[in-house]
Design a protein around this ligand. Structure first.
Ligand code: SAM
Ligand code: DTB
Ligand code: SF4
Length: 341
C-alpha cells in the first residue's frame, strides 16, 4: 500500500477504520484465533548497537544485568514450559549486532535451534544482521521465521539508531527471504516518531515480496537510562489505528500486539484484537521488560471468548509471487523503484 492510501485509511473516523480492518481480518482469519508466543532472551545485554529505546545497548547506563549465551539445556527447559503453557511459537532473542557463520557462538545457536525445533512449535529467532549463508544455516537448523524489525520510517531511523542503517536491516530481510524463512518484521510506537513515520514504515513493510508472515507492533517500554526513557505513552486510540492499518496493509500476516501490553487496559487490548491483532507474547517477561502475567491474559481471552491457536510446526515460508520485489531489492540495496523508500 502507498503512503497516500495508508494516510487516507488512518484518517478515517475511528469506527469506519475498525469496520474495514475487522472485515479484512475475518476474511483472512475466519477462526479468529489468537496465537500465543513465548519470548526468551538467550543472550542479554552488552550489545554494541545504539538503538535509543533498548536497554540491552552497552552504550547506556541501565540496571540490566548482562548474561552470556544460555546453555542448550536452559533454553530447552523454557521451550518445553512454553509448549506446556499453550504457546505455539517460541522466539529466541540475542543482543547482538549480528552473527557470523563459523564462529563458536553461531554454532552454539544453531545447535540450540536444532533441538528446540524438535518440540513441534514454530521457531522464531532474532539475532541481528545476517548474511546469505548464515540465513541458509538457520533455515536448515529449523527456524520458521526470522524477526528483524524496521521499527520506524527510513527518514526517522537515523534519529533512533546510528550504529547501523535502514539499508542494513533491509539487506538482512532479503537474505532471510532468499533462504526461505518467513519474515517477522514490524516496529515500535512511541519513539518520537510522527504518524507519517508509522505509515511510511507500513508502506515499506507491505511492499515486501512476499509480505511478512508476521508484523509485531510494539509500544515503547520506557527503559530507565536509555535516551527515550521519558517519552510519553502512545495514545491507545493511535495504537488501535496502527493495528488496523497493519491488518489492512498486510492482510495475511499475524499482527502481533507486542511490547507494552502491561500499560494497556483490557478494553484497549480488546479493541486491538477487534482491529486485527491475532497474536501476543505470553508469559510474564518479554526479553528484559515486563509482560502481563499469563493468568491475567488467560482471563482476558476467556472474557472476550477468544480461542487460542493450535500448533502449526509445518508452517512453510511463503513464496514470492514472481513479481520483482519492491523492497528489499535482490541486491540488498534500497528499492530503486522509488515506490517504497
Ligand atoms: N538485536 C536484535 C535486533 O535488533 O533485531 C534483536 C533484539 S531487539 C530487542 C528486537 C526488537 O525489540 C526491536 O527491534 C524493537 O522493535 C523491540 N524493542 C526493543 N526494546 C524495546 C522497548 N524498550 N520497548 C518496545 N520494544 C522494544
Ligand atoms: C518484537 O518485535 N518484540 C519482541 C520480539 N520482537 C523479539 C521483543 C520486545 C522487547 C521489549 C523490550 C525488552 O524486553 O527488553
Ligand atoms: Fe542491540 Fe537489538 Fe537492542 Fe539494538 S535493539 S541495541 S541491535 S539488542
Amino acid at each position: 500500500m502507498t503512503l497516500a492510501e495508508l494516510q487516507e485509511l488512518h484518517s478515517l473516523p475511528f469506527f469506519d477504520l475498525l469496520k474495514r480492518s475487522h472485515e479484512v481480518h475475518e476474511t483472512h482469519f475466519p477462526d479468529g484465533k489468537i496465537q500465543l508466543c513465548t519470548l526468551l532472551s538467550i543472550k542479554t545485554g552488552g550489545c554494541s548497537e545504539d538503538c535509543a529505546y533498548c536497554t540491552q545497548s552497552a552504550r547506556y547506563e541501565t540496571d540490566l544485568k548482562n548474561e552470556r549465551l544460555l546453555s542448550k539445556e536452559t533454553v530447552m527447559e523454557s521451550a518445553r514450559a512454553a509448549r506446556e503453557n499453550g504457546s505455539t511459537r517460541f522466539c529466541m532473542g540475542a543482543a547482538w549486532r549480528g552473527v557470523r557463520g563459523g564462529t563458536e557462538r553461531f554454532n552454539q545457536v544453531v545447535d540450540i535451534i536444532k533441538e528446540v525445533s524438535t518440540l513441534g512449535m514454530e521457531v522464531c529467532v532474532t539475532l541481528g544482521e545476517l548474511g546469505p549463508s548464515e540465513a541458509v544455516e538457520l533455515k536448515n537448523a529449523g527456524v520458521t521465521a526470522y524477526n528483524h524489525n524496521l521499527d520506524t520510517s527510513p527518514e526517522h531511523y537515523p534519529n533512533i539508531v546510528t550504529s547501523h542503517t535502514y539499508e542494513d536491516r533491509l539487506r538482512t530481510i532479503r537474505n532471510v527471504q532468499d533462504a526461505g524463512m518467513s519474515v517477522c518484521c514490524g516496529g515500535i510506537l512511541g519513539i518520537s516518531e510522527t504518524i507519517t513515520d508509522r505509515l511510511r514504515m507500513l508502506e515499506v513493510i507491505s511492499s515486501f515480496n512476499p509480505q511478512p508472515e508476521s508484523v509485531p507492533i510494539n509500544s515503547l517500554m520506557p527503559m530507565p537510562g536509555t535516551p527515550l526513557a521519558n517519552n510519553p505513552q502512545v495514545d491507545p486510540f493511535d495504537l488501535v489505528r496502527m493495528i488496523a492499518c497493519a491488518r489492512i496493509a498486510v492482510p495475511g500476516a499475524k499482527v502481533r500486539l507486542s511490547a507494552g501490553r502491561t500499560r494497556l487496559s483490557d478494553e484497549t487490548q480488546a479493541l486491538c484484537f477487534y482491529a486485527g491483532a491475532n497474536s501476543i507474547f505470553y508469559g510474564d517477561k518479554l526479553l528484559t521488560a515486563e509482560n502481563p502475567e499469563a493468568g491475567k491474559d488467560r482471563e482476558l481471552l476467556v472474557k472476550l471468548g477468544l480461542e487460542t491457536l493450535e500448533s502449526n510446526p509445518a508452517l512453510e515460508a511463503p513464496g514470492a509471487d514472481g513479481a520483482l520485489p519492491a523492497s528489499p531489492s535482490r541486491d540488498g540495496k534500497m528499492c530503486a523503484s522509488g515506490g517504497c523508500c
